[in-house]
Design a protein around this ligand. Structure first.
Ligand SMILES: *Cc1c(COP(=O)(O)O)cnc(C)c1O
Length: 357
């Protein structure tokens, strides 16, 4: 099986080998040291300012999105949310559910956020900003420096869901003055699902410590306190943390976050150059290195996904909702190579010969 979805993605042999081992007991100094090392590397890779903290939440990326909304915002806030697809919409729903006053900027699917969109919200008393750096559902990568400037000008507390962008696109919390960054184990970290990560700047730590949590499992004050000694309040997905640890150390040994982003850029560009002659249109004008979203000109996107899966044993990523038949996505995150891209492109060419695309 060749997997070009946007997560879970393909893992290296090294990561998979850890998955085969017995799960160790975790209230030990050895596991604490491993967690603390993960925290140190992640904080560095996120470009987080001095004194930042990284928390490991057992739950998929949405768990960390929800924990963040609940622990850093309150009814006293007024939050601007970029809603450009299903992940932006998830932040809107979370604000609604947790009674966080908010306004959503609703974008057309596949369209980037522009300075004109933001202009209407200058000096309107907002206190926070929620954005999915890469709206994975449509493949749009937002202009983070533009968003950062807007937040700095207006004094907004910037929370970035970088779940699919982290390690795929350049991102630096300190430069962007982002206070929270969220990512997950099953995207570019290329580990099994189960752990999501919240990186908190010192200002975000302060906010968490001053916000009353109405949930025991997602009380980040508790997570921060336990994290000081490299532990989590409850049993974490131990094996996934061990896999993340091995993967982070591997990336660090191979040159760090910049080398990983360069590898992703190479893979994305390689794929995009190989499909130039195929009957597909790029769906988003502003793309992440994590994903290429494509609109097939002559066939149903969903049917292409099904044929690839059932007849070629290759998984591309289908879309849901109104984009189901118009758009499919090809991921570049995970343990993939340019040769894998060629295999996929040859399968597309074969489908073309058969009159299927
Ligand atoms: C994958 C992803 C999520 C999290 O989804 P889960 O299924 O909860 O892991 C959130 N935001 C973005 C931008 C994503 O790509």
């Amino acid at each position: 099986m060749l997997n070009f979805t946007v997560g879970p993605v393909m893992s290296s042999d090294m990561v998979r080998a850890i998955g085969q081992e017995q799960v160790p007991y975790f209230r030990t100094s050895e596991f604490s040291e491993l967690v603390l090392e993960c925290e140190r590397i992640l904080t560095e890779f996120a470009g987080a300012p001095e004194g930042s903290r990284s928390l490991f939440i057992t739950g998929s990326g949405t768990a960390s999105m929800e924990a963040t909304v609940m622990n850093v915002f309150s009814t006293n806030d007024k939050v601007l949310v970029v809603n450009g697809g299903s992940f932006g919409h998830r932040f809107v729903e979370l604000c609604e559910l947790h009674d966080i006053p908010h306004v959503s900027i609703d974008l057309q699917l596949g369209q980037p956020l522009t300075a004109e969109h933001l202009a209407a919200y200058e000096n309107q008393g907002f206190t926070g900003f929620l954005v999915n750096m890469h709206e994975t559902s449509t493949g749009v990568l937002y202009d983070m420096p533009m968003i950062s400037d807007f937040c700095k000008r207006n004094g907004l507390f910037l929370v970035v869901d970088a779940i699919s962008a982290f390690l795929a696109d350049p991102f630096n919390m300190a430069e962007l003055d982002a206070q929270v960054m969220i990512t997950g184990s099953q995207k570019a970290l290329a580990c099994p699902p189960g752990i999501s990560i919240i990186v908190l700047s010192p200002k975000a730590v302060e906010r968490v410590n001053n916000t009353k949590s109405r949930c025991m499992y997602f009380d980040l004050k508790d997570a921060l306190k336990n994290g000081e000694r490299g532990q989590t309040p409850f049993t974490p997905a131990v094996q996934t943390i061990r896999q993340i640890h091995a993967r982070l150390k591997e990336i660090k040994a191979n040159g760090g976050v910049a080398s990983e982003v360069a590898r992703m850029t190479m893979l994305a560009n390689d794929f995009r150059s190989k499909i130039a002659d195929l009957p597909f249109e790029i769906f988003s004008p502003s793309m992440s290195n994590a994903v290429t979203s494509l609109h097939p000109l002559n066939a149903s996107a969903h049917q292409i996904f099904l044929t690839m899966k059932d007849e070629y044993n290759i998984w591309i990523c289908p879309n849901g909702g109104e984009l189901k038949d118009r758009v499919f996505r090809v991921g570049h995150i995970g343990c993939l190579t340019p040769e894998d891209n060629t295999t996929l492109v040859n399968a597309f060419k074969d489908m073309q010969k058969r009159g299927l695309i």
